[in-house]
Design a protein around this ligand. Structure first.
Ligand code: CP3
Length: 344
């Protein structure tokens, strides 16, 4: 008799299999809302040091799995490690977020030197190996990167922005130079995700958190085109690794994003109407989209919002998640209640 292959509910759902009990994981499931994270974060020194110390980053990745039994672990790192690997100065300041030395013209676009890049980011690949070795086979390991447009926003603005004034002005005023920046980030991202997959990531997710800031023509050049090139390159070498795309705020552009990039599944933000989610689900698995503040609120509101999403989407291939990352003020017991409700 053959031994049955271990079931991995997340990968099954991403391959289009419908299950009575949808798999669950949460964006930013490792982080400041967990006391065990805050304790370890205090020991690490800086956030960048935490991301580049495999023993600590692996431990932080596993913390939410131990506590809640999610169906997937997501590598603990940050989308800004790609600019860091390209040599851009990066630090995280308490209360302010990331700060980078901004680049503003085509002359400042960093070169992609694979050897130096992988040397800088090698500890991240080691974290992936360590986590995969510790995880139960039923729990999928997700690798990730930011999408070029969102990563470019931080590289050009020097941090989080409200209006993306420098980024968009560059995109309009010097389209050739800007497209070269986007292509350079895409090239590094392909190499980075290839290494994560080789180290043990079984699924990859592309985070385009600021996709909603791109007007139509820029969306096509800077969101769709590089996403398609990343997906095409990864599919050539790793055809069975599912790719989840998250174009937050893409709204009416979401359908074209899904249909033209080749992503295997689409992660939806909380503003996406469930009727639209259902329509997208007719040709692709969907992931989402509980509002993170409903998880903060808890109680009846959390139950009602959760049931509404599960009722609408669990007849098709579906992964339960939030529409954006968990916020630090989330009571950890609300997460436990959410998981219990899904597992019913
Ligand atoms: O658990 C997980 O989801 C894995 C780890 C992860 C982090 N960042 C850890 C983190 C992932 C997948 C990310 C992605 C990320 N990082 C995105 C895309 C998703 C999204 O939220 O839109 C973006 C835009 C970033 C950039 C970033 N990193 C910002 C703007 C900030 C500062 C804001 C904040 O929350 O502090 C970070 C810092 C960051 N990344 C923290 C964590 C746990 C908090 C830093 C700390 O602990 O000091």
């Amino acid at each position: 008799m053959e031994c049955p292959m271990p079931k991995t509910p997340l990968i099954d759902a991403l391959n289009g299999i419908v299950s009575a009990r949808p798999p669950i994981w949460l964006m930013r499931q490792a982080g400041r809302y967990l006391p065990e994270y805050r304790e370890l974060r205090g020991q690490a020194g800086s956030f960048v040091d935490l991301c580049l110390t495999p023993a600590l980053a692996a431990e932080v990745t596993l913390q939410p799995i131990r506590r809640y039994g999610f169906d997937a672990a997501i590598l603990f790192s940050d989308i800004l490690m790609v600019p860091f690997g390209l040599g851009q100065h990066l630090r995280f300041e308490e209360g302010r977020g990331p700060i980078l030395a901004p680049i503003q013209t085509a002359a400042d676009i960093p070169r992609f030197d694979p050897e130096g890049f992988h040397a800088q980011l090698g500890p991240i690949y080691e974290t992936v190996e360590r986590v995969r070795a510790e995880l139960d086979p039923s729990v999928a390991l997700i690798g990730f990167a930011g999408s070029p447009w969102t990563v470019a926003s931080y590289m050009v603005e020097g941090g989080t922005s409200r209006d993306f004034a420098r980024l968009k002005t560059w995109a309009f005023a010097d389209p050739d130079g800007f497209d070269r920046l986007i292509a350079r980030i895409a090239e590094a991202t392909i190499a980075y995700l290839d290494r994560q997959i080789r180290a043990g990531a079984q699924v990859v997710k592309l985070f385009d958190s600021w996709a909603g800031a791109a007007p139509e023509t820029v969306f096509e050049r800077a969101v769709i085109a590089p996403t398609k090139s990343i997906v095409t390159a990864l599919k050539r070498d790793h055809p069975s690794v599912p790719i989840i795309g998250f174009a937050r705020g893409a709204g009416a552009m979401t359908r074209s994003y899904v249909e033209t990039t080749g992503i295997d599944a689409v992660a939806l933000d909380s503003a996406t109407p469930l009727a639209m989610a259902c329509a997208l689900q007719a040709d692709r698995p969907v992931q989402g989209n509980l509002d993170p503040m409903a998880l903060v609120a808890g109680g009846d509101a959390l139950r009602a919002e959760t049931d509404r999403i599960v009722d609408a989407l669990s007849a098709g291939p579906f992964v339960f998640n939030l529409g954006h990352g968990i916020v630090p003020q989330t009571p950890p017991e609300h997460v436990a209640e959410l998981v219990a409700r899904l597992r019913g």
